[in-house]
Design a protein around this ligand. Structure first.
Ligand code: SF4
Length: 428
């Protein structure tokens, strides 16, 4: 967080705590809500990973699960007018959690929140932990979707990524998930690996598609600052991914998955018809979500905020909030450590950038109905520029990325950031 924002953010968080708790928010009855639960524990830290995840903190698990259930309870008054349509256990490695711990969390959600009958319950899982018995336990407590971190189906690439499973184990895990009754599977894959030629990626994707998952997330490897991979590249020990090869891999992925019946619905996501990830669509539609757990982010009651990252600190702060509530019936949500009330310019920019990540793009009518202003009135110069560069196109009432624009999406997005949008007004 930039230092100059710090004072403002502290003030905003204090205001958010007062506004959100304990009186709650007033919304139309049963607005939809997505719930995200962060489980930050991993068996080892992968070299490319910049998520809020930790190896060697298993001793915190017995305190972490009750704290997470308490945080759910703390938020319940503010969320009472909402209906939960999706629940997503992310991490970290949620599949490391015992069935008993996950069941306690599921019970906490069902006890304190209105949950839609057809809700989607996803758990992120690493192949190494997915035994048939564990998978049957996950089904028994109500999880109905798995997102399996396969990443590659070549053992040497998995080693390069520091993953603890091999390709055979990944395939066994998918087969065991089917046997346990999961009929909605996502496989996470990474392309653009260092030194990975097109053919190697093609082999991985062909083998993954042969397993007929309902959904595929294919992300290009990014070298994130602060990761072990970043320092190896910075020291010249590893070459960064070749952007031309990455572009070839992405283009081939689009055409191959289209042939195989998968609909490309978001820049990095493909699904069989009707199997798009309902939870992630909430993010791309810039709709409300509540994140619970260490480092979890939220966009709720018109505010963005995040919990403290460190799991031990998170447990202490949730417990302090909970005890205060028990004693006084009120108090603060102390685990929140950063946030902002997005101004109109930021809300519009987010809605535009996130919406353009979707292949259907942004409906100008829906945008105007939601914000009281057309995209053209806010981003007119940027839209005209990228219609001319061929990165954007119109399709009826929609603005969307072109095929080339999908490869160069960041060039469009940077021009849609608030400081680039001249004359923002939602009243005109
Ligand atoms: S298993 Fe996933 S969350 Fe954990 S360190 Fe590896 S990439 Fe990060």
């Amino acid at each position: 967080m930039p230092a100059h924002n710090r004072a403002r953010d502290v003030a905003v968080v204090a205001r958010a705590r007062r506004r959100l708790y304990p009186e709650g928010v007033t919304t139309s009855p049963r607005s939809d809500l997505a719930l995200y639960l962060h489980i930050p524990f991993c068996t080892a830290k992968c070299g490319y990973c910049d998520f809020n995840s930790y190896a060697g903190l298993e001793h915190l698990v017995p305190d972490y699960t009750p704290a997470l259930v308490r945080e759910l309870e703390l938020w319940a008054p503010a969320a009472r007018e909402f209906q939960v349509r999706s629940v997503f256990f992310g991490g970290g490695t949620p599949s490391l959690s015992s069935i008993e711990d996950l069941e306690a969390i599921v019970r906490g959600i069902r006890a304190h929140y209105a949950v839609a009958q057809d809700s989607e319950w996803t758990l992120e899982a690493n192949p190494g932990e997915l035994t048939l018995e564990h998978l049957r336990g996950l089904r028994a407590i109500g999880l109905n979707r798995l997102s399996i971190g396969v990443q590659s189906l070549h053992d040497d690439e998995l080693q390069l990524l520091d993953r603890v499973h091999d390709a055979a184990r990944a395939i066994e895990a998918v087969e065991a998930a089917r046997e346990a009754g999961f009929d909605n599977l996502n496989l996470d894959l990474i392309f653009g690996l260092i030194g990975q030629p097109l053919e190697r990626w093609q082999q991985t994707l062909r083998r993954a598609v042969a397993l007929r998952p309902e959904h595929l997330s294919c992300y290009a490897l990014t070298v994130e600052p602060g990761t072990a991979l970043y320092y190896q590249v910075a020291k010249g020990q590893l070459e960064p991914p070749d952007p031309d090869v990455v572009a070839d891999q992405y283009e081939w992925t689009r055409s191959f998955l289209a042939e195989q019946g998968y609909r490309h619905y978001e820049l990095s996501n493909w699904a069989l018809p009707g199997r798009e990830c309902r939870h992630n669509l909430v993010y791309w539609h810039a709709e409300p979500y509540l994140g619970v757990g260490a480092g979890a982010h939220s966009f709720f009651a018109g505010q963005r905020f995040a919990n403290v990252d460190a799991p031990n600190r998170y447990v202490e702060l949730v417990n302090a909030s909970y005890e205060e509530r028990q004693a006084t019936g009120g108090g603060q949500l102390r685990q929140i450590h950063g946030g902002e009330t997005p101004d109109e310019a930021l809300l519009l920019s987010d809605a535009m950038i996130l919406g353009l990540r979707l292949m259907e793009g942004v409906s100008t009518q829906a945008f105007e109905a939601r914000f009281g202003v057309t995209p053209e009135a806010v981003f007119g110069a940027a839209i005209e520029r990228h219609l001319a560069t061929g990165l954007l196109e119109r399709a009826g009432d929609r603005l969307r990325l072109t095929s080339r624009g999908q490869l160069l999406a960041n060039e469009v997005f940077v021009d849609l950031l608030p400081e680039e949008a001249a004359g923002v007004s939602t009243t005109g």
